[in-house]
Design a protein around this ligand. Structure first.
Ligand SMILES: [Fe+2]
Ligand SMILES: [Fe+2]
Length: 489
């Protein structure tokens, strides 16, 4: 039960941009990353968001976004006041302190009391981690099934409300990520067979939930505004990253499928390959140096030819996207530039994730491969090189063998080393990089805008180095630009 929750409206603290003390207070709030209590006016749904992430996405969010009410706790205000005085600034004494009595009398059931008590910016797997770790397996399965039902109900509705759907997608994806991580932590101590038994129901229910959520995401309700809202809801935890990557991943696959099946896109790409000074041919020649330059074509990039993705694969890949960073330990720093950042530990999440999902669960092999191969960067030294190690071993045993193709849609050519990469893992690499550089809660550097991110990725990950796939990146580029076009309308 919440007692005497003393909150101050952010508009009373900041007043007008340019006003007295404004810049100093903003700087202090950015520095200490003040937790902001955000209350959705229509639903009274409450979330705690770091000031920096809200400010980075819109510097005047507290004035311009009228559907939310933004406030901060008395203790946060005291901290700011202390800092202002320490910096010899003058404090505004007319800030009214308001006791939010309505919320005190009746705490909203959607509010997580613990979040409000702690008022800390979430890191790692977030403050909800413990609640999920304490759940029994049947409780976890029950939650997944209820979430699936919730999504199916939304899918069946005639008049779909984007906001309700966004909330549902974020919440159900977040639950699934936490449930899977905590289930795997329990399973890891067991022998493989026992572990598979323990995780079986969670695996089945997650798979079913993912089907419902993927269907919702590819239904006509899906729009670009939804992605933008999802990104704004980020609070910097690994779970939120996985949520965004999952949703972006499905959206991209859907865009890709429409593109290759309804337009002359493949034909256009083929023509680009044939051009005398083809950017693609030069790029792929560096990846497949033993293939004659004239022979480089779209068919060399995609094993068996470029094609749409069947529904069944789609769902399996979606599970892989959802749990792609599951090998990350809950208490490790993943932000480059932070004092405790350790690259070796970070690299390890790929191996740990692959091994545990492969050996301790019955998730399809597609999901394990996505997890294991999502930081390969076509063999660039900056990649984590998990697949590369297998490949080198294979090459030692088969010195004559070489890869004649870049990407496979199916497992077999990857497992037989006929190709350099696995399609969904290559897609995930792009989305993963994009998500991390545009994450509004990036601590060590300001988040990039979509345009900045695309330009940087093209320069550093395609032109200077050959990390991402060129054709897939060009499709991703048009996918993001399309999204932005809708948003700016
Ligand atoms: Fe990762
Ligand atoms: Fe990731």
């Amino acid at each position: 039960m919440l007692e005497k929750e003393v909150t101050i409206l952010l508009s009373k603290v900041l007043k007008q941009p340019g006003g007295k003390n404004y810049k100093q207070i903003v700087d202090i709030m950015l520095e200490i990353n003040t937790p902001i209590i955000c209350v959705k006016k229509s639903s009274q749904n409450k979330r705690i968001m770091p000031f920096k992430s809200l400010y980075d996405s819109n510097e005047n969010f507290w004035q311009q976004d009228s559907s939310w009410e933004y406030s901060l706790a008395k203790e946060s205000l005291d901290k700011i006041k202390e800092e202002v005085i320490a910096r010899k600034g003058s404090w505004i004494d007319d800030i009214d302190i308001e006791t939010n009595e309505k919320n005190n009398a009746k705490p909203n059931p959607k509010t997580n009391d613990k979040d409000i008590e702690k008022l800390e910016v979430q890191v790692g797997y977030g403050s909800e981690y413990k609640n999920f770790a304490d759940m029994s397996t049947p409780e976890k399965v029950d939650r997944l099934n209820k979430n699936k039902q919730k999504l199916n109900e939304l899918l069946a509705l005639k008049n779909k409300d984007t906001e309700v759907i966004t909330e549902a997608l974020v919440d159900t994806t977040k639950d699934a990520a936490l449930i899977n991580h905590t289930a795997l932590v329990d399973a890891i101590r067991l022998g493989d067979d026992e572990a598979k038994k323990l995780t079986q129901d969670v695996v089945d229910s997650t798979h079913e939930m993912v089907k419902s959520s993927a269907m919702l995401l590819t239904s006509d309700i899906f729009n670009n505004e939804l992605i933008n809202t999802l990104v704004k809801k980020s609070n910097g935890t690994i779970v939120q990253h996985m949520t965004r990557v999952y949703i972006h991943g499905i959206a991209f696959l859907s865009y890709y499928n429409n593109l290759v099946s309804t337009s002359s896109a493949i034909q256009k790409l083929r023509i680009s390959f044939q051009a005398r000074k083809s950017k693609y041919r030069d790029f792929y020649h560096k990846l497949l140096p033993h293939v004659d330059l004239d022979e480089l074509s779209l068919e060399r990039v995609f094993y068996g030819g470029m094609r749409a993705i069947p529904r069944d694969d789609y769902f399996k890949w979606a599970v892989g996207f959802l749990i792609h960073d599951i090998g990350k330990a809950a208490n490790v720093e993943y932000h480059e530039g932070e004092a405790s950042y350790d690259r070796n530990i970070v690299i390890d999440h790929v191996k740990q994730g692959y091994k545990s999902v492969m050996n301790k669960t019955n998730y399809p092999m597609e999901a394990s491969l996505i997890i294991g191969y999502h930081h390969e960067y076509y063999g660039d030294p900056a990649g984590y090189g998990f697949f590369r190690a297998f490949l080198q071993q294979y090459k030692k045993q088969n010195p004559e063998a070489h890869q004649d193709y870049c990407i496979s849609y199916d497992l077999e050519p990857v497992l037989d080393y006929h190709v350099l990469a696995y399609f969904p893992a290559k897609v995930l690499e792009i989305i993963d990089v994009y998500d991390s550089v545009t994450d509004p809660n990036r601590v060590y550097r300001k988040a990039m805008t979509p345009e900045e991110a695309l330009a940087m990725m093209r320069e550093d990950f395609i032109e200077k180095h050959h990390k991402l796939d060129y054709v897939l990146f060009d499709i991703f580029d048009s996918f993001i630009r399309e999204q932005q076009k809708h948003l700016n309308k």
